[in-house]
Write a protein that binds this ligand. Structure first.
Ligand code: CA
Length: 357
């Protein structure tokens, strides 16, 4: 598998560190080693008050319970988990990446582990391994009171991985076409713990011929919190652009940015903490564009084609939510071990589809 043999393909969600590399201009490893003495990873930017845009123009419709929702008109629900049961619904979710190479699965599921794959439990240089039960036998996916809690504990026993944490990967697969667009939304609560990196994102699944490739990737949000360059009032939003496969120029092509969005670092700065409180994050995804929303406000839109670097259409996306720990982005200024165990919570995940009539 090219993914597993070529390190160049492995680092999903690495754009942030690439950006650091550009800022200091001396290579990422050196930059990270010198991070505390060189330029910061993100530049300060002004914040401005903003009004939610998505719901301000009559686009919002009542949901089944009669509540107003930020979902634009014309969309129909096609996938959802409200987390209203007593345990993770494994008919909907796997708990490892689609790739192989990780520890044997603790929960066997032929839909999740195919041809020896579906076991990968770590990406990049993060310090956690994704498990269902930690080394103490504690369940790390907890469903109660309508909420999924993805837990992280400092209980790791494997070399280089002192933490154990939870992730989910949807069995549901989707991607837009010329006639079909998607709106993905989730209500989430992120930990206010230095060194954590909760994220909600889309990655391409396996193609029918069995191959995997990367990019594409869309980060609905990444909540890396190192408390210096990346603070509690910030989220990183954006897709992985690595070639002319994803955009015509091969560079990020932003078509809209709220004043609170830093285009250089692709970070949204809310002006108030986005941790330890419920927030609603969303994207509207069409065949050639992604728009990102936080709490109903449109933050950024960019052109994006769900294609490999070769320009070939990529396999449909699965939806991922995970609580990574440490590494050279989130963990570059240490990890607040005194606040562990910690958790990333989801009230719901919903995918809506709109077909051209
Ligand atoms: Ca719920």
């Amino acid at each position: 598998m090219q993914w597993m043999t070529s390190k160049a393909l492995v680092p999903a969600r690495r754009a942030r560190r690439d950006s650091c590399e550009c800022l200091v201009g001396i290579g990422c490893i050196a930059a990270l080693a010198l991070a505390s003495t060189t330029a910061p990873c993100a530049s300060p930017e002004p914040t401005h008050p903003k009004a939610p845009e998505l719901c301000s123009n009559g686009n919002c419709a009542p949901d089944a319970a009669g509540n107003r929702t930020q979902v634009p008109a014309g969309y129909e629900l096609v996938f959802a988990d409200e987390f209203s049961g007593t345990e993770l619904d494994r008919s909907l979710w796997c708990t490892r990446y689609v790739y192989g190479g990780g520890a044997p699965a603790q929960v066997r599921d032929p839909e999740c582990q195919r041809n020896g794959d579906g076991t990968a439990d770590q990406l990049n240089d993060e310090l956690q391994r994704y498990v269902d039960y930690n080394s103490r036998g504690e369940r790390l996916h907890v469903v109660a009171d309508g909420v999924l809690t993805l837990r992280a504990t400092k209980t790791g026993t494997r070399s280089g991985s002192p933490y154990e944490a939870a992730m989910i990967r949807s069995k549901y697969l989707f991607k837009p076409t010329a006639d079909t667009t998607y709106f993905v939304t989730a209500r989430v609560k992120l930990p206010n713990v230095r060194g954590t990196w909760p994220a909600l994102w889309l990655n391409s699944d396996r193609r029918p011929d069995g191959t995997l490739n990367w990019p594409p990737e869309i980060d609905i949000f990444e909540g890396a919190l190192n408390e210096k360059e990346d603070t509690a009032d910030m989220l990183r939003l954006g897709a992985a652009v690595r070639s002319t496969g994803q955009t015509a120029s091969g560079q990020r092509e932003i078509t809209f940015a709220a004043p609170e969005f830093n285009q250089r670092w692709t970070t949204y700065k809310a002006g108030h903490s986005l941790r330890d409180r419920w927030i609603e994050t969303a994207i509207e995804w069409t065949i050639d564009e992604v728009c990102y929303f936080v709490d109903g406000a449109r933050i950024m839109c960019e052109r994006y084609a769900w294609r490999y670097n070769t320009g070939e259409p990529a396999a449909p996306a699965h939806l991922l939510a995970n609580l990574a720990i440490g590494g050279s982005w989130a963990g570059r200024h240490g990890i607040a071990d005194e606040k562990f165990p910690t958790e990333f919570q989801l009230d719901y995940v919903r995918v809506y589809e709109k077909r051209r009539r």
